[in-house]
Design a protein around this ligand. Structure first.
Ligand code: AMP
Length: 248
């Protein structure tokens, strides 16, 4: 799946309009002609509207609250694929709406399968059912903020963990329960080594800006997290990889 225009071009060509939470959104109406290539076996077809997919009422209400009228090109294609439980590699730029493209299927599936973080879910070892890996503190915080809007009043708990800040507050947040953990690789590996996070319940793994993570030298840590730290293997978990380019 390839989205050819980057955020700058979207800004120039698209008309800005008010989005949910008082922020400025992008008029994605102008980008329906963006070429998208999907390959794979019997790929679930794209949708034109969010209500063509059974995302659950709580999430649908939040999509309306965010004033997302129509899915962006990457969302049209990626959401049906991911909701079907399939693995996905998507080439999508910053500003294309990829955060919702991986968050909606994760939140929707968690709501269908039951929360992990509900009352009595407090544990000293946090056991998220979804992990979103991202290269930087800034991106992790951005994903966390967006995901919280999507999960508003659903009971799905999202916690963020990144390096360069005190680990104590982050561990405290995890103790209160977590369904979706958004993390940078180094801080996550540290928490696993300390025995405070377990990956054995992971059903969804999303790697955001995977190419940037490789450029930043995170490959050994990502390999360790994915292959040697107790995460269920491919086939028993869903993997979604988002990247601005497809490096070898
Ligand atoms: P992202 O690429 O995920 O960082 O999203 C870029 C911006 O587009 C964010 O401000 C999102 O809130 C907004 N956005 C994402 N999807 C939609 C949509 N379907 N309709 C309107 N705005 C959206």
């Amino acid at each position: 799946m390839r989205l050819r225009r980057n955020f700058d071009e979207l800004e120039v060509l698209g008309e800005e309009e008010e989005a949910g939470g008082g922020g400025v959104g992008i008029n994605f109406e102008a980008y329906n002609d963006i070429p998208v290539k999907a390959t794979g076996n019997e790929v679930p077809p794209p949708v034109e509207r969010f209500d063509e997919i059974d995302l659950g009422e709580g999430l649908m209400q939040n999509i309306r609250r965010c004033k997302y009228v129509k899915p962006t090109p990457v969302q049209k294609h990626a959401i049906p694929i991911a909701v079907a439980g399939r693995d996905l590699m998507a080439c999508a730029q910053t500003g294309s709406g990829k955060t919702a493209a991986f968050c909606f299927p994760i939140i929707s599936t968690i709501l269908k399968n039951g929360l992990n973080s509900g009352p009595g879910g407090t544990r000293t070892v946090a056991q998220p059912s979804a992990l979103i890996l991202s290269p930087t503190r800034e991106l992790s915080c951005q994903i966390h903020e967006e995901a919280k809007k999507f999960a508003f009043k659903t009971g799905v708990r999202i916690v963020v963990a990144y390096g360069g800040a005190s680990i104590q507050q982050q561990l405290y947040n995890l103790e209160k329960g977590v369904d979706i953990l958004v993390a940078t690789p180094g801080r996550l590996a540290d928490m696993i080594d300390r025995g405070r996070v377990s990956l054995k319940m992971i059903k969804h793994l999303a790697l955001d800006e995977a190419d940037r993570m490789l450029d930043m030298g995170f490959e050994p840590q990502i390999r360790k997290i994915v292959q040697q730290m107790g995460m269920p293997p491919p086939g028993q978990r869903q993997t979604m990889l988002f990247s601005a380019t497809f490096p070898d």
